[in-house]
Design a protein around this ligand. Structure first.
Ligand code: ZN
Length: 264
């Protein structure tokens, strides 16, 4: 029996912002990884969500709602460009008629970039929320000049090398105004362990961790709020010295493991 394929294509009418002519952009609102070629394209085709105007040839980045389903890994990842929009697994179930998605890990993302990054994080054996915490922490170690040169908008998690090993991911800092120029820093096992030891118990405690079938946005901005909250709570705690030391140790580990340098 053929596997059920929930992939759903649609044509979106686009008005070109450059020349104002209309055109059609063929895209998808559901991508099911049963369709292996399409899965490949989500991971590696950088032009997948670009519309090229047939009139003036302007290249436009499209943002429209799309659900990624991986039935083997039990993942549902929504790209939902509207930050206010909420979705539930019931809505997915109604649309797809599948028996149940309650055992799935569900995430929502604001942009195509975040969406692809989240899919890569979820395919690894490490917690995606901890990846976001590492990503946030490492960016804080850049100087003001570094932040200017390596803008946050283009900073992301990706495969560390061409082996595309799901457990070998890296922090990628793209250079501003230098197309394709990037610094790639592999995320080491030691940094993953230290981050997990320090933060996972708290993530599980306050982020309602094992709640499946809820579409949460565990993004860089979530990690920022989370780490800020944790540091504030630690300052108010009577054991603050202990926890402050742990955070200090974590920051030092990022410096050692990612940037290979002393952090003062
Ligand atoms: Zn145009």
């Amino acid at each position: 029996m053929a596997k059920k394929n929930g992939t759903h294509a649609l044509d979106v009418t686009v008005q070109c912002p450059a020349c104002h002519e209309f055109g059609v952009f063929p895209t998808w609102d559901v991508i099911d990884t049963v369709d292996e070629k399409l899965k490949e394209r989500v991971h590696f085709d950088e032009d997948l969500f670009f519309y090229t105007c047939p009139h003036c040839h302007a290249k436009i980045h499209m943002e429209s709602k799309c659900l990624y389903i991986d039935r083997d890994k039990k993942l549902l990842v929504w790209h939902i460009p509207d930050p206010k929009e909420r979705v539930s697994s019931q809505e997915v179930q109604d649309a797809l008629g599948a028996p149940s998605f309650t055992k799935y890990t569900c995430r929502a993302c604001l942009t195509w970039g975040e969406w692809r990054e989240k899919i890569i994080e979820l395919e690894s054996s490490y917690d995606d929320r901890l990846y976001e915490i590492i990503k946030y922490g490492a960016y804080q170690l850049l100087s003001e000049d570094g932040k200017e040169r390596l803008p946050l908008e283009a900073y992301h998690i990706d495969y560390a090398d061409d082996s595309h090993d799901a457990d070998k991911l890296a922090l990628v800092f793209m250079q501003k105004d230098a197309k394709g120029m990037a610094y790639v820093y592999p995320i080491t096992d030691r940094l993953k362990e230290v981050t997990q030891d320090i933060f996972l118990p708290i993530v599980e405690q306050i982020a309602d961790a094992n709640r499946k079938a809820q579409f949460d946005r565990f993004s860089y901005s979530w990690a920022k709020q989370f780490v800020t909250y944790v540091i504030k709570a630690a300052e108010e705690d009577k054991n603050r010295e202990t926890f402050g030391n742990l955070i200090g140790f974590w920051v030092k580990t990022i410096g050692d493991e990612i940037f290979r340098q002393e952090v003062k």
